[in-house]
Each structure stands twice: as C-alpha cells, then as structure tokens.
Ligand binder design. Sequence first.
Ligand SMILES: [Zn+2]
Length: 296
Amino acid sequence: MRSQRTINKIVFIEGFGLHTGMFCRVVLRPAPQDNGIIFHRVDKNETIRSHIGAVTETSFAVTIGTNNAKIRTIEHLLSALAALGIDNIIIEVEGPEIPILDGSAAGFVDIIYEAGIKEQDRRMPYIKILKPVILENGESSIMAFPYDGRKISFRMHFKNHFLGEQTFSIDIDKESFVRDIAPARTFGFLRDVEYLRGLGLAKGGSLENAVVFSDTEVLNKSGLRFQDECVRHKILDSIGDFSLIGFPIYGHIIAEKSGHTTNINFLIELLTNTDSWEVMTDDPKPTKPIFSYSYI
Ligand SMILES: [Zn+2]
C-alpha cells in the first residue's frame, strides 16, 4: 500500500473554459494527509469536495458544486491528479470552469511536476474489486473485474467511417499516463459544433483546444497526436471521472462507448454492490468514515 501524496508547493494555472469561454485562474495548494481533493470556488466562497455526491451535471463535461457555486469541466485536472497519485490537494478556482488549456491533461501534468510530489506519512486506502460489477446502458457498458493493478480498457465505435473502431488498454501508472494518455485532446465533430453552441456550450472551443473532425478528415492543421487519440482521450476522461469515488480502484475496468453519465452511474452501481469490493486500509481505526453514502 502506497503513501498518501500531496504537492510540494503552491502553483497556479490559468486559461479559458471550454464551455463557458470564461477566463479562469486555478491555484493548487498542498493539503495535509486525509484531506482528500477539495475545490474552493473563491469568488463564491464555497467549498466543494471532489466526490460523486457533489456532481450536478454530466453532459459533455463533469460539473460539481452547489446551486450557488458550480465548477465545470473538472475531469482533465482530476485525471492528472489520479494518475500521478495526488490524494490531498486544495484546488482554488476563480471562475466557473477549469481551463481547457490545449484540450488534454498535459498542462496539468506539467504544473503538478513543477510543484513537485510529496509523500506523506499515512497510507492511501484503495478499493479492491472482488467480484465482477457490470453496468449496461443501451449501447454503453462498463464492467469491472478483479485485477492486481489499475487497468482500463476502452472501445469506441464511431459512426464516422474515417474514425471507425478504436480500442486502447492501459495499466495506469505515472509513466504510462504521461506518455500514452495525458497528451490526448478533447475531440468533437464539425456537425455538432452548432448544436453545442445552441445549448450555450463549447463557447471557448476552437482548434487550439480540441480536435475537430469532419466526415472525412481532421480539421486541425497539425493533425493528430496519436492515430487513436479519441479513445485515449476517453480513457483520460474516465480516469478523472472514476476518481470521484474518492479512492483509487484496483481492478480492470472495461468500458464500451461510455461517457461521463455512464461513468458516474457505474460508480453508483459499484458502491451499491457492496459485496463486490472492499476497502483496503492499514488503519485499524479510521478516524472518520471511509465513505459517505449520501449520494444514493
Ligand atoms: Zn475530456
């Protein structure tokens, strides 16, 4: 069982939100052990725990918060934190959305490495999958199986013939994430851009922060970072979404065509099936309950 981790020093990152188009500044602060990941919407003076119980919306991006103060598009930052094993951190956000940067998690990885990673004294509990858990929802499905490690496999089939079917599988650790997943950008289709704008979304979207496809080609002049960049980005999103359970999940998660909504529903399914997993901890007397079941 590994030690809990935080960052070594305060760092900040800023940029425009993908959906709101608003400029947003984020300050990352070290936090004590057992703190968990806490967002603080400073302009509204509201504190929000990074947890599925705080999720308010899952269409096109994950939003957490309260009626007063929401924070959109948290998944890429959470993905970088989860993959680099940062368990305790305060994320101060000035504005309604985490910056989209270049559409990937690479900028968040860079800023975490710039801050430095600090090992803490206490061990990090984790969830160990004991029996299969399966969630099926129309064409989407997610399954979790016992596995000695943290593995995600993902399959997409795009109606777009140019993209076709993409599959990718990864054992998550710092090196594999930084190399194979973090650089994969958000993507979208030209035909959906007007629809999203009609919903008041993607206001900050551009070829600078998303890969955009027509039916026959990539519109970004620089092309793709990976031939299968889309499915890699779906894994990036999933790692961020699954971290909202509050602990690393040790198991093999196999997802097919899932998105944020299915990912969050899967976490609820997993938590509801209490005989399918156990929390591994070396603390015989936890000082506080490991889970809050308030989300059910
Ligand atoms: Zn994404």
